[in-house]
Design a protein around this ligand. Structure first.
Ligand SMILES: Nc1ncnc2c1ncn2[C@@H]1O[C@H](COP(=O)(O)OP(=O)(O)O)[C@@H](O)[C@H]1O
Ligand SMILES: Nc1ccn([C@@H]2O[C@H](COP(=O)(O)O)[C@@H](O)[C@H]2O)c(=O)n1
Ligand SMILES: [Mg+2]
Length: 478
């Protein structure tokens, strides 16, 4: 598999990854002044990242998991093997152990596995049985597993039960040739399990191979990522590790909504935010630092546009293979504060058309569209919607609905803002799951007046200097 297709699959897995969260009925109301709002979805996001690893016996599942764990060494990672949940054999089964099918789904105590996972996901430690392949029994002591950032669930039939599949944020199938699996199994079962070759081959033809065809292979379709060659596939493993790290490092809301992008924070960015949030900052400084931040958000947003490959010849006569900018593009600013973002967009995209929308806050349903001037061919363009603050999400919903009514596909809208309140993110992303939101910081929430907190006040007034409230107290000159 080439690295591109692995990356595509990984990207696809992010989409699936949190889509199992049921967002209906989320707590969306506002809290007391100054009280942060923590929605049910964000609480859920504190749960661990669960990776399922399936594949035939001796395909290299454990090897791949060990490699992932080693590379994620700075994260808390635990491995849970499906093998640990083999049913104990009765005395009668033990006497005829060679007739027992260890590769059938019924061989596992799936209820116990689900119970253990439930506890881990809710922050409780669990004692996982310690299965002994030689005695076919659980032996003492059990293995204590503590709740962790990442839980890797590994086993031949780990994708078989839909209830276990639903727990997983990422599903990996280790795909190794049948003859390689058999060769490894023979060596492993003889060396590690003390079995003889005749027994291994007999078990393989009677149970292992049929169960692979009937139960394991059919679950390959559930995988987000298929790794050929198991542990030898370093490219795939590196990409998986990188992806997990990204997911763990992201803001929790980004895990719920894969189309929400919060630009990577740096001390420069924090410093700029500190200045524009400070009520004592002068208008001149407010504009200066807001412009710098807006420029970063705009550049990031432009990075989400489609591109085509372009080759150019450099002054040394060499060919450079690069990309061509997307040309079917326009901006739409939400009057008035969105107009503050127009200069940054113009500075990045020479001659870009910019439309305008005016939404009045006290109309029907609290929001009323009262003015629009949009490029006529807007439906053929990618639209960068500009509004520095996403608060309740009501204006954004109005603006995006208007763009969609003009024929702009939802997937062609990129909403750029400086700060976003979680409530607004939930409202917009639930209603328009295909638009992208690019922001520079996620806020704590909204206060009882529906103002973003900590926020930065009325952005338009501070940027355009139309409100004395934010003029700093100037120390008298000496
Ligand atoms: N890439 C590899 N090259 C050589 N041997 C391997 C490789 N991957 C795994 N093995 C060996 O094959 C056997 C089965 O691998 P393992 O990771 O335990 O598979 P699984 O967990 O899928 O049953 C082990 O003895 C392991 O050391
Ligand atoms: N007592 C047992 C239990 C299981 N097996 C075999 O183990 C295989 C699953 O383990 P992997 O690490 O290979 O995933 C499976 O094929 C069982 O047949 C066994 O031989 N004895
Ligand atoms: Mg294994």
């Amino acid at each position: 598999m080439d690295s591109k297709s692995v990356e595509d699959m990984i990207e696809a897995s992010s989409g699936v990854h949190f889509s199992g969260f049921h967002m209906d009925g989320l707590e969306m109301t506002n809290t007391e002044v100054g009280q942060p709002t923590t929605s049910a979805a964000e609480e859920m996001c504190k749960q661990p990242f669960v990776i399922g690893v399936a594949g035939g016996a001796a395909s290299g599942k454990t090897t791949v998991c060990d490699m992932i764990i080693q590379q994620l060494h700075d994260q808390r990672v635990v491995l849970v093997n499906q093998d640990s949940f083999y049913h104990d054999l009765t005395e009668e089964e033990l006497t005829r152990v060679h007739e027992y099918n260890f590769d059938h789904p019924d061989a596992f105590d799936t209820e116990q596995l689900l119970c253990a996972m439930e506890k881990l996901r809710h922050g409780q430690a669990v004692d996982i049985p310690n299965y002994d392949f030689k005695s076919y029994k659980n032996v003492f002591p059990a293995r204590r597993v503590n709740p962790s950032d990442v839980i890797i669930l590994e086993g031949i039939l780990i994708f078989h039960d839909p209830r276990i599949r639903e727990l997983m944020n990422m599903k990996i199938f280790v795909d190794t040739d049948a003859d390689v699996r058999l060769a490894r199994r023979i060596r492993r079962d003889i060396v590690e399990k003390g079995r003889d070759i005749a027994t291994v081959l007999d078990q393989y033809s009677k149970f292992v191979k049929p169960a692979f065809d009937d139960f394991i292979l059919p679950t390959k379709k559930y995988a987000d990522i298929i790794i050929p060659r198991g542990g030898d596939n370093h490219v795939a493993i590196d990409l998986i590790v990188q992806h997990i790290r990204t997911k763990l490092g992201q803001h929790d809301l980004c895990k719920i909504y894969p189309n929400l992008y919060v630009i990577q924070s740096t001390f420069q960015i924090r410093g700029m935010h500190t200045l524009i949030r400070d009520s004592q900052t002068t208008k001149h400084d407010f504009v200066f630092y807001a412009d710098r931040l807006i420029r970063l958000v705009v550049e990031h947003g432009l990075g989400h546009l489609p591109f085509t490959e372009k080759q150019v010849t450099t002054p040394t006569g060499s060919v450079y293979t690069g990309v061509d900018f997307c040309k079917r593009l326009c901006g739409v600013s939400v009057i008035r504060s969105g107009e503050s973002m127009e200069n940054a967009l113009r500075a990045c995209c020479k001659g870009i058309k910019i439309g305008k929308i005016l939404i009045h806050r006290e109309g029907d349903n609290g929001q009323q569209l009262i003015y629009e001037k949009l490029p006529q061919d807007i439906s053929d363009r990618h639209v960068l919607l500009l509004d520095p603050i996403l608060g309740t999400g009501n204006s954004a919903v109005q603006a995006i609905s208007l763009l969609i009514s003009k024929g702009v596909p939802e997937s062609q809208i990129i909403f750029l803002n400086l700060i976003s309140a979680p409530q607004g993110v939930h409202v917009v992303c639930k209603r328009f799951p295909r638009i992208k939101i690019v922001t520079s910081e996620i806020e704590i929430g909204l206060n009882e007046d529906f103002r973003v907190i900590p926020g930065m006040g009325e952005f338009g007034d501070r940027y355009f200097g139309t409100d004395d409230e934010y003029q700093p107290v100037v120390a008298p000159t000496q």
